[in-house]
Design a binder for this molecule. Structure first.
Ligand SMILES: [Zn+2]
Length: 278
């Protein structure tokens, strides 16, 4: 099962036999209804992470509910699309980056399913599924200027960076900057879902000493939307059942809390995520 997380612009996806699924999770409701349908002969589940009409800010997104909802629908491969700023000259606006690393500069977002009586430490050295990222890169590079690998710095927002911050992140070696890749990627790993990201560059952030206007960014976002739809159309038919990576066993040995110490009510909520290990 394939899941797609995107901005509201991805409503342009040519999905057939659409069914809108409104659901709730033990972590609250997801950003909006999940659109289930057929694309390229496969079943896909699409969720706009900012909600229909773009009403949910990056800080307000219930990332846990979004990932849990995808998991409960049987999604095993999740394609994540997000607009980013570039921190490198060679990553031009309207280029595409398939990131392979992240730096977390978010604040106050709940970035784990495991708390309140259950503790787990999942491996996150490589935040993205390598196999899925490879397929995304190959499909994207066919017709778009695409960069393989890159470090995605996730900032809290919603205001953009100061110039000092932008220079600091460049000095750290970060390639792109955005607001939504975390905790999404962490939660997908905890849910043992393959997670691959496609980052579309909208601007040069502010390190180039040019003011970043919202109008300019929006116009590049619109241009990038066509590229993203093209990439989805190419990638979805090529996805096979996962198995060439270890994402679906990421939680093996990760739960530290002894099974008999896990509260009974928690067990029910966590059955979907780690039932096979309890
Ligand atoms: Zn994987």
């Amino acid at each position: 099962m394939i899941g797609i997380l995107g901005g509201s612009g991805l409503y342009g996806l040519p999905i057939d036999e659409i069914k809108e699924i409104v659901m709730d999770t033990p972590f609250g409701p997801p950003s909006g209804p999940i659109i289930k349908g057929k694309l390229g002969g496969k079943t896909v589940h699409f969720l706009a992470r900012h909600g229909p009409g773009h009403t949910v800010s990056p800080s307000e997104i219930n990332y846990r509910a979004n990932i849990y909802a995808m998991k409960s629908l049987g999604v095993s491969q999740l394609l994540s699309f997000q607009a980013v700023g570039s921190l490198k000259e060679e990553l031009r606006p309207r280029d595409i980056v398939i990131p392979d690393q992240v730096i977390d500069r978010t604040r106050g977002r709940t970035s784990t399913f495991f708390q309140g009586g259950i503790v787990a430490h999942v491996g996150f050295a490589d935040p993205f599924c390598k196999h899925l990222s490879e397929i995304l890169f190959e499909a994207s590079a066919e017709d778009h200027r695409t960069h393989k690998g890159g470090t995605y710095l996730v900032m809290e927002g919603p205001a953009f960076s100061t110039r000092a911050e932008s220079h600091l992140y460049r000095s750290w070696g970060a390639d792109i900057i955005g607001m939504t890749c975390l905790p999404e990627a962490k939660l997908a790993r905890e849910a043992e879902i393959c997670y691959g990201a496609v980052s579309t560059v909208t601007d040069y952030d502010v390190w180039k000493e040019e003011d970043v206007s919202v109008e300019m960014i929006i116009s590049n976002i619109k241009a990038n939307e066509d590229a993203v739809i093209d990439i989805v159309m190419k990638v979805v038919p090529r996805l096979e059942a996962p198995g060439r990576c270890s994402c679906n066993s990421a939680m093996a040995g990760a739960v530290i809390t002894s099974t008999d110490s896990i509260p009974e009510d928690k067990r029910k909520d966590y059955e979907l995520l780690i039932g096979k290990y309890l």
